[in-house]
Write a protein that binds this ligand. Structure first.
Ligand SMILES: Cc1ncc(COP(=O)(O)O)c(C=O)c1O
Length: 365
């Protein structure tokens, strides 16, 4: 039985050729290919500074360090996102405070953020979850009123736009992941985007042992560098990012046409101010336990699905103690969301196989 994957990297001959060139050239470590990727991605995002780091988790951690977040500080994060959005706050020595989400976009709810601000709040992390931007104007307004920093978690939103601006170009810092299944991949990798020269200078040093020149260290830093091999893959991916995102949008349209009439499903919303890049195509399945039965049915018939995410962050044993206010929307979402296959390599037939199965599940229940 053919298995239809839920996510898959879209890589091929272009990436193989680019990696071979780097290997033949002999400079495998951090070098000119990394710099070229950084220049091109900065231009794509419309920011003056873009610096790569090892992965998206490191990007969030470095972002917090660059903003001076540490002991006694609080950072407001959505309760419904990947673990690293909050774990990096703990790693930076600060306290994550969980805000609830908006159930239309699954992104952080500005009203919930407002209620959680204290004298200790230093920053807000807005996650553009599934590839749909968070409501940035309202979050920026709150940040301005209270003198807070904004980090955009863009791990799932390469190329997505908020009111015509690329995600990662709006807040103080954008944090990207280039993990294998992301809209732009290097296998592993990450980046920081910023308009601030000071932040960029900090990141440049911090990711490379605080080294100003060879064997002269001005501060304690890490080795958070990527290699020319990773950057070579990233450059090829960047050159076709818009095309890959367009294909994701085409697939989303097929899902909408085929599944729009099923009353028990709520399909992803794309707000008038947003351009969605469908990192995931995540639907809400109505009814007690129906989501899990549908997931099992699809898996049984060779369709991989994902649950992003099966529990809110406050229900993670490692983060439980940070819950301050209930987040009922995050709890409900974790019981109802289901991600259907979404990646540029899917054929229309693959998508129609999925939609036929979804329809037959609801016809038989
Ligand atoms: C929303 C979000 N933030 C952060 C990360 C962490 O990125 P990485 O896996 O590259 O460390 C991910 C990756 O899954 C993510 O989806």
């Amino acid at each position: 039985m053919k298995v239809i994957k839920v996510n898959a990297p879209f890589v091929g001959e272009d990436e193989i050729r680019a990696v071979s060139e780097v290997i033949r050239g002999g400079m495998l470590a951090h070098g000119s290919v990394v710099e070229e990727f950084e220049r091109e991605f900065a231009k794509y995002l419309g920011v003056p500074h873009l610096l790569t780091v090892s992965n998206g988790t490191v990007a969030l951690y470095v972002a917090l360090k660059a903003l001076g977040v540490g002991k006694d500080d609080e950072v407001i994060v959505p309760d419904f996102t990947f673990f690293a959005t909050a774990s990096t706050v703990v790693l930076a020595g600060a306290t994550p405070v969980f805000a609830d989400i908006d159930l239309e976009t699954y992104t952080i709810d500005p009203v919930s953020v407002d209620e959680l601000i204290t004298d200790k709040t230093k920053a807000i992390i807005a996650v553009h979850l599934y590839g749909h931007p968070a409501e940035m104007d309202e979050i920026m307004q709150i940040a301005k009123e209270h003198g807070l920093h904004i980090i955009e978690d863009c791990a799932q939103s390469h190329g997505a736009e908020y009111r015509g601006m690329k995600t990662g170009s709006i807040g103080d810092i954008g944090a990207f992941s280039f993990y294998a299944t992301k809209n732009l991949t290097m296998g592993e990798g990450g980046a920081i985007s910023t308009k601030s020269r000071d932040i960029a200078e900090f990141v440049k040093l911090y990711r490379n042992h605080g080294q100003v020149r060879r064997y002269y260290h001005e501060m304690i830093g890490w080795n958070f560098r990527i290699t020319n091999i990773q950057a070579a893959i990233g450059l090829q991916q960047l050159r076709k990012l818009d095309q890959m995102n367009s294909r994701r949008r085409e697939i989303a349209n097929i899902y909408r046409e085929e599944l729009g009439a099923i009353g028990s499903l709520h399909l992803p919303v794309e707000k008038s101010w947003a351009s969605h890049v469908y990192h995931q195509f995540t639907v809400w399945v109505e009814g007690e336990g129906v989501r899990d039965r549908l997931a099992e049915y699809l898996r049984k018939h060779g369709v991989q699905v994902g649950i992003h995410y099966p529990r809110p962050l406050h229900a993670q044993p490692a983060l439980r103690k940070y819950l301050r206010k209930p987040c009922p929307n995050a709890e409900r979402a974790s019981a109802h969301v289901l991600s259907l296959p979404m990646h540029p390599g899917l054929s229309n037939d693959d998508v129609l196989t999925v939609t036929k199965l979804v329809k037959s599940f609801f016809e038989s229940t």
